[in-house]
Design a protein around this ligand. Sequence first.
Ligand code: COA
Length: 292
Amino acid sequence: MTTEPERRRHTQPLDRASLVSAFCRLGLPRGGLLMVHSSLRSMGHVLGGALTVVDALLETLGRAGTLVVPTFTYPIARERGFVFDPLRTPSLMGAISEAARRHPRALRSIHLQHSIAAIGPLAETIVNSGGETAWDADSPMRQILDRDGQYLLLGVPYQNLTAVHLCEVELEVPYRKPVRIETRMRCADGSLAPLVSAGCPPLPGHPGSDFNRLGQRMEGVGLVRIGEVGNAVARLLGGHDLMHKARELFEADVDGFLRQEGAVTRLSYGHTIKTHRGEHCVADPSRMYSAS
Ligand SMILES: CC(C)(COP(=O)(O)OP(=O)(O)OC[C@H]1O[C@@H](n2cnc3c(N)ncnc32)[C@H](O)[C@@H]1OP(=O)(O)O)[C@@H](O)C(=O)NCCC(=O)NCCS
């Protein structure tokens, strides 16, 4: 449990140094590979906003470390007139992911719906691996899992842990089917070029995902480091552990990643709350950032 003095400290705005301390306490891998799913607002007031969080993540990882963020565009990718531009299309996965995408050293993979951005020595290898795929064995995201990269859920639940989709594809779940989407993308010189993006969307009738169930099971056997970064509940887990536990769950229950009767597993640590933007995992809902 978090102590009272620690809680009081969190009401102060967070600066880069306090973020680095919190990330170190949590056990972020110095010199390692890390993919982050995040909510800025969950953390409480951060001086300098999303960019400060990115700088603190990079400082904690060190120059030998590689930071990866999702820069997905799936919420609008199938809208009429949408053209993916790797250099300019914003990430729709939160302010921290967008700040990382805009970092001068960031490289981005090419995919209509599921691109990622990476900063660090492994960035080029990761974003350039695979071709059309988002989640299967050749994909940029699979590189992170296969290298036993770590995943940080910063103020968001396991529902946002995209790597579980990699497990679903690897385990050949029966409710997803590969598709190829042929569109066009904007090149650096402004011209248009063909873009083929492969994915594995759910079949009609899919009841919705419950990735919290897998996460909660991992927590139950001590495979997740849990802490607080400001007001955000932060969870850190490894790629190989995730795949191993996903396989175990799927072998015990083929519906292991799916909602049962519409419900998502409740997380035992912190508060998981819904806002109009998405879901947030926080120590105290009243201390989420508010502009007023
Ligand atoms: C949707 C989601 C991003 C919303 O989280 P959020 O914290 O509300 O939004 P962001 O992370 O974009 O942060 C922006 C918000 O931070 C807050 N904010 C602004 N300045 C801030 C500061 N200095 N310090 C802290 N918070 C601040 C504001 O509320 C701002 O919202 P606004 O732009 O509408 O004013 C989050 O719930 C989520 O799902 N993240 C994971 C996304 C992902 O990786 N998905 C994977 C596939 S499912």
